[in-house]
Design a protein around this ligand. Structure first.
Ligand SMILES: NC(=O)C1=CN([C@@H]2O[C@H](COP(=O)(O)OP(=O)(O)OC[C@H]3O[C@@H](n4cnc5c(N)ncnc54)[C@H](O)[C@@H]3O)[C@@H](O)[C@H]2O)C=CC1
Ligand SMILES: CC(=O)C(=O)O
Ligand SMILES: [K+]
Ligand SMILES: [Mn+2]
Length: 351
């Protein structure tokens, strides 16, 4: 019997709805499989917590999380109550950084049963490797003066280590897939960091003669995600470019509510964290209509990470069967609630 201790942070908004749904699905998997079990320890760290304690998590929060096998998170953010940069940097981004989750993997593929806004979905199947520790998401800068004289400066940080690590990871994945890496650049406008990125991409590519490479400016690449996503295999991007590209990757599948993500720690010192691409969706929170698929597919990525690829594969097939059968939430053209979709997935898993 394989037992896993999982730290669970539902967070804000629909995180509190889709996380319990995905845990029910994981429990159903454990029951059907018979050889694995999960224990969940729930942490209520969120904007609610912030209002009570003046911080997003306790001072020893990271220490507490450190001993878990994985962290399963919903979404963070409630901008009506706490400014986004305070809530996200106090919890989500803090964990990504302090736990050295330097890579963010975000797949997008043609998903059976989903209406995509694409004219011809052409069975695309791509993987975005997003650099997750530096880049445009930096704490270097500041604001001075007020009024007309106000100045805001934010410096992007690109280290050779961080850049090479993300790019190498993309090449390793491409070798196990269709052997193609696309690099998201913008060296025509951003004259220091992006030519540097391009250089590292070229350097790393020398070690992978069997992998084909293409560099595309992020503006054109964003358009190609819509016009011809089927040409992409692995796409490697800086933190911000990867963030933007993966919302596009999500919506071409059918909805941002279905896209999963994994924040991967590579050095084994800290746990990895699994959370969907979407945020807390304040516009639909509390209505019970959030699409649980992003969170459930994220659970599949956690299963993969824990070494249970076969079960993960089966879970994704069952979820696709359910959408194909028409049981789906309103964001993807159905009439179902979060609970109904989750129930249908669990019933099929147990069949
Ligand atoms: N990783 C995280 O925790 C993230 C947190 N956020 C935070 O979430 C809050 C809202 O941000 P937004 O920019 O509105 O992005 P969002 O992803 O929360 O929502 C964008 C749109 O997609 C819809 N949507 C998202 N997930 C859905 C689901 N599972 N089912 C159905 N519809 C879904 C929402 O209703 C909304 O119309 C902010 O506080 C933001 O900072 C945003 C992105 C990622
Ligand atoms: C913060 C955010 O939008 C993301 O990590 O995807
Ligand atoms: K999220
Ligand atoms: Mn995002």
């Amino acid at each position: 019997m394989k037992h896993y201790e999982i730290a669970v942070i539902p967070g804000d908004g629909i995180g509190k709805e889709v996380v319990p749904a995905a845990l029910d699905v994981l429990d159903a998997i454990a029951e059907v499989h018979g050889g694995i079990s999960f224990k969940y320890t729930n942490f209520p760290w969120s904007c609610d917590y912030f209002e009570q304690h003046g911080k997003m998590m306790p001072d020893n929060g990271l220490e507490t999380l450190q001993n878990f096998e994985a962290i399963f998170l919903g979404a963070v953010g409630d901008p009506q109550r706490v400014p986004d940069h305070v809530s996200l940097w106090g919890l989500l981004i803090k964990i990504r950084r302090e736990f050295e989750q330097v890579i963010n993997i975000r797949p997008a593929k043609y998903f059976r049963g989903l209406d995509t806004p694409l004219k011809g979905p052409n069975d695309f199947d791509l993987l975005v490797v997003r650099e997750n520790s530096e880049g445009e998401y930096s704490e270097i800068g500041g604001r001075i003066h007020r009024g007309d004289d106000e100045i805001a400066i934010q410096n992007a940080v690109f280290t050779r280590k961080g850049t090479e690590r993300a790019i190498r990871y993309a090449f390793e994945l491409a070798q196990k897939r269709r052997g193609h890496v696309t690099s998201a650049t913008k060296s025509n406008g951003i004259v220091y960091s992006m030519p540097f990125w391009d250089q590292v991409f070229k350097d790393v590519s020398q070690d992978y003669p069997g992998v084909q490479t293409t560099s595309v400016h992020i503006d054109a690449l964003s358009a190609f995600f819509v016009s011809k996503p089927h040409v992409f295999d692995v796409v490697v991007a800086s933190n911000l470019f990867g963030d933007i590209l993966t919302d596009i990757g999500a919506v071409i599948m059918g909805s941002i509510g279905v896209a999963p993500a994994a924040n991967i720690n590579l050095n084994g010192k800290y746990p990895s964290m699994f959370e969907p691409v979407h945020g807390s969706a304040p516009d639909i929170a509390g209505q019970g209509i959030a699409n649980p698929i992003g969170q459930i597919w994220t659970a599949k990525m956690m299963l993969d990470h824990l070494g249970h690829q076969e079960i993960g594969q089966h879970l994704l097939k069952v979820v696709e069967d359910v959408t194909q059968s028409g049981v789906k939430t309103t964001d993807i053209g159905g009439t179902g609630t979060t609970k109904q979709v989750t129930h249908e997935i669990i019933c099929r898993l147990k069949r």
